[in-house]
Design a protein around this ligand. Structure first.
Ligand code: GLU
Ligand code: MG
Length: 452
């Protein structure tokens, strides 16, 4: 959305408000995800929805400079405490919250007071990325996998306090069957199509997969799903941690991204004459992503703690490699079962985590893929073993500082993001490095455990 048609928005807002009131909704929460990956919120009574849609709700410019720890840093584009933006609910994405009676939720666009899109609005960046794809005749389908660790609310530092069964063990599922059922029914009621839910490898860890959708929708769903998990967890006397690394030892929480490229009804990730059935366009798209993974980590693994997760042999993907169904490759080609590949084949980016802003993630992946398409890039030899065993394997950045350096050197990404957003993101990253970079791992994990 770029131009605000205020009269039309006011009318649509009033119509939606009537429907919400009839469903018992009194309040609407408007979220945006900031540069540190935190969903921040303002809420309006349903009677004010028309006004919020047309005129927005005030929100400080300083939110762009918030760290995940709520410290506020300075930066080239900082105006300090001065300035105000407007949050406009996206009425197309508005949904009543099944687990929060009387409430609805809508992700917001951010505009300035003059009605111009804010250059640091992450949702607007997704819209720009998908528009670029559409100009070339393509669209993408995307989904996030969410992993989280559940603890008992009164023992939030003990990952075995809520469920103690083995990795992927049925015991873990059955011990939290009511919670998981409630979670899925709530997500379903909110229009989120759950495909799978299961206990994961790490202590107390679960994962939910949802259906792919267009990139903006996928990022909205990632926000809604996470907040729903958090809410339902609270209602069951639990706490949900989405941190990349709950504790220094063990396996982390990933935020893997699935992505396929389409031309109309045709999935370009299958049925082609390149390796594993990729078309040349999909291969070039994947190659654009693979080439830029070091820079992309500054967006998809954007926290100091992200780099505690990125270890070899943890299924997180830490060497620059791709492969068919290779869970140690950060770029995994998922084919799906024979007979379903025309829908199912997709790339999975495994090295990302849930401290990332999902909007920036999908936008960055699309821009990286498009850079590959315009360069007609091709993928190197795929890895069909753990890349750690290959002498030539190139390690991805081992620290946030290294990822920041790679991002700043990548003109395709920085120009697609625009100078203001690209610069501020890295100001925020440096702020987190200053604030958290020297903490011993145990302390870092503790500080970050429940922020995102
Ligand atoms: N938990 C792993 C991670 O940190 C991923 C496990 C999986 O492949 O689903 O990304
Ligand atoms: Mg998983």
């Amino acid at each position: 959305m770029s131009q605000l048609d205020r009269a039309e928005l006011a009318q649509q807002g009033a119509i939606r408000a009537d429907g919400l009131r009839a469903a018992g909704v009194e309040l609407v929460a408007l979220t945006f995800v900031d540069n540190s990956g935190i969903a921040r919120v303002k809420a309006v009574p349903v009677d004010r929805l028309w006004s919020a849609a047309a005129w927005g709700v005030g929100a400080s410019n300083s939110f762009d400079f918030f760290l995940a720890t709520d410290d506020i840093v300075g930066g080239t584009h900082s105006r300090g405490p001065v300035g105000d933006l407007r949050l406009h609910p996206d009425l197309d994405a508005l949904v009543p919250l099944a687990a929060q009676p009387g409430w609805a939720w809508a992700p917001a666009w951010r505009y300035d007071q003059e009605g111009a899109p804010h250059p640091q609005d992450a949702r607007a960046l997704v819209a720009a990325a998908t528009a670029r794809l559409a100009e070339l005749g393509y669209h993408a389908r995307t989904a996030f996998e969410l992993e989280w660790v559940v603890t008992a609310a009164d023992a939030p530092d003990d990952p075995r306090s809520a469920t103690a069964g083995p990795a992927y063990g049925y015991a873990r599922l059955s011990s939290q069957a009511g919670y998981l059922r409630k979670l899925v029914s709530t997500l379903t009621a909110q229009g989120v199509a759950v495909e799978q839910i299961h206990p994961e490898y790490a202590a107390g860890q679960f994962e939910v997969s949802v259906a792919a959708g267009d990139p903006l929708r996928a990022a909205d769903v990632a926000v809604l799903t996470r907040e729903t998990i958090r809410t339902i967890s609270g209602q069951y006397g639990l706490r949900a941690s989405f941190t990349p690394k709950f504790a220094p030892d063990g396996v982390g929480n990933g935020g893997h991204v699935h992505l396929s490229l389409w031309d109309g009804d045709r999935n370009l990730c299958t049925g082609g004459d390149r390796r594993f059935g990729l078309t040349d366009t999909a291969e070039a798209f994947g190659a654009g992503i693979l080439a830029r993974l070091p820079a992309l980590l500054a967006i998809g693994a954007p926290s100091v703690v992200s780099y505690l997760r990125l270890e070899p042999h943890h299924w997180a993907g830490v060497f620059r490699a791709w492969g068919l169904e290779n869970r140690e490759a950060p770029l995994r080609l998922v084919q799906g079962p024979a007979g379903q590949r025309d829908r199912a084949a997709n790339f999975e980016v495994k090295c990302f985590d849930l401290t990332a802003n999902p909007y920036l993630v999908v936008a960055a992946l699309i821009f990286a893929g498009l850079a590959g398409v315009s360069a007609r890039a091709s993928l190197p030899e795929p890895a069909d073993v753990d890349p750690a065993t290959l002498p030539s394997a190139e390690r991805l950045p081992v620290s946030l500082a290294d990822a920041v350096t790679a991002f700043e050197a990548d003109s395709a990404l920085t120009s697609a993001f625009g100078a203001e957003l690209a610069t501020t993101l890295m100001d925020v990253r440096r702020g987190e490095i200053d604030r958290l970079g020297a903490l011993p791992p145990e302390e870092l994990c503790a500080v970050m455990r429940y922020l995102h």
